[in-house]
Design a protein around this ligand. Structure first.
Ligand code: UD1
Ligand code: UDP
Length: 369
């Protein structure tokens, strides 16, 4: 019988936990692996709610979040905290997911200790190192430090091959976000927020650093104009707790009777909100992947995307944080049924719901050889 392998799975933020949960649960089914779940807790409340939704508890919790944390302080705390963990215990592999500061910091800490890294959701690129900031650099750095690249799509794989990674190290697995979504989406879910039943629901989220300031103000003023122009819609906007987001959203949209601002929704209620919505406006990475899988048109509040597949399929459109473009494109979808039907036909270019199984099987081959 071969020896048990020790894998440390790191998560820091809400989207990492959602996308890593199916991998953690799949690894836990394997007799050959002992899994340690580490939370950097770059996010606190938003991480905790996702972990609870999937019934996962962190074995190690670095509890790093601070109010309005800066990138240098967060990065240093992750490196120091991780090195302490990796110095005390030996691991055969470390898994990270996505493009946050946690991913970059954990991958670097593992590299310093000579531990191979598996990168889930590898190879996403806009090609513009400052956009999204700092995520494009985080995923480039995490990629350089990784042994296994779990690319969600063929185009992500191609990005990695173009950067010189070997064919053997890059695996197209699909995105685990679809695994997570499939485990919950068929359930009878409740949004848990009082919303007018006679209006079409428009769901909005925004939190990208490059949208802080005027771009976020333009997004919010576009939302305000949309509810003024279309009296049959109601907007639900779960507001990210980052103070750079919350203060602006509250200032421009707070008190508007056609807009419901809430705290971030827990994952299951948020999936319910996506399902209940007519249209989604978002600068989120995960939402760009989930909306098409649920047949919901998504207008992407960014100028570039590392997720070009849904745009290419015509089920997502890049409108940028641009007041005029948002009002025009959302208005078109709200008033032109043919345009709407075209975008709402649904597509799932990001996965088939079996990405975690593929990742586990690749790790089994790599670690047990
Ligand atoms: C981070 C990621 C971003 C990801 C996003 C997902 C980086 C640099 N950014 O951005 O890539 O898309 O998470 O949501 O890694 N806060 C809370 N409670 C929480 C979470 C955040 O109060 O549960 C507040 C805190 O004041 C915190 C601030 O939000 O300091 C910013 O959190 P941070 O993780 O640094 O950045 P995000 O904007 O959340
Ligand atoms: N999400 C959630 N509650 C919310 C908003 C989003 O559970 O109020 C989920 C959403 O379903 C998706 C993930 O959070 O899976 C996306 O996270 P976020 O937008 O914070 O980060 P990104 O994907 O842009 O990195």
């Amino acid at each position: 019988m071969s020896e048990t392998k020790k894998i440390l799975v790191a998560v820091g933020t809400r989207p990492e936990a959602i996308k890593m949960a199916p991998v953690i649960l799949a690894l836990r089914q394997q007799p050959w692996v002992s899994v340690t779940v580490l939370a950097t807790a770059q996010h606190r409340q938003m991480l905790d709610q996702v972990m609870a939704a999937f019934g996962i508890q962190a074995d190690i919790d670095l509890n790093l979040m601070r109010p309005n944390q800066s990138l240098p302080e967060l990065t240093s705390r992750i490196l120091l905290g991780m090195d302490e963990v990796l110095r005390e215990r030996s691991y055969d592999a470390v898994l990270v997911q996505g493009d946050t500061t946690t991913v970059m910091g954990v991958a670097l800490a593992a590299f310093y200790r000579g531990i191979p890294v598996g990168h889930v959701e590898a190879g996403l690129r806009t090609g513009d190192i400052r956009n999204p900031f700092p995520e494009e650099m985080n995923r480039v750095v995490a990629g350089r430090l990784s042994t296994w690249h779990f690319a969600p799509t063929p185009s992500a794989r191609q990005n990695l091959l173009s950067e010189g990674f070997s064919e053997q190290s890059v695996h197209v697995t699909g995105n685990t976000v679809i695994d997570a979504l499939k485990t919950v989406a068929s359930r009878d879910l409740e949004v848990g927020v009082a919303l007018p039943a006679d209006k079409r629901l428009v769901l909005v989220t925004s939190h990208r650093r490059e949208n802080f300031g005027q771009p976020l103000r333009d997004i919010c003023s576009a939302v305000r104009e949309l509810v003024e122009r279309h009296d049959d819609i109601h907007v639900l906007f779960p507001v990210h707790p980052n103070p750079n987001v919350a203060t602006v959203v509250e200032e421009i949209l707070g008190g508007n009777p056609h807009v419901t601002l809430t705290s971030p929704l827990d994952y299951l209620p948020f999936v319910a909100a996506m399902k209940a919505s007519y249209l989604i406006l978002s600068d989120s990475g995960g939402v760009q992947e989930e909306a098409p899988a649920l047949g919901k048109p998504v207008l992407v509040l960014r100028r570039e995307t590392e997720r070009p597949e849904a745009v290419a399929e015509g089920v997502a459109a890049l409108v940028g944080p641009d007041h005029e473009a948002i009002v025009r494109e959302a208005g078109r979808l709200l008033t032109d049924p043919a345009s709407y039907a075209q975008m709402a036909r649904g597509a799932s270019p990001y996965g088939d719901g079996h990405a975690s199984e593929r990742i586990v099987s690749i790790l089994a081959t790599g670690l047990r050889a």
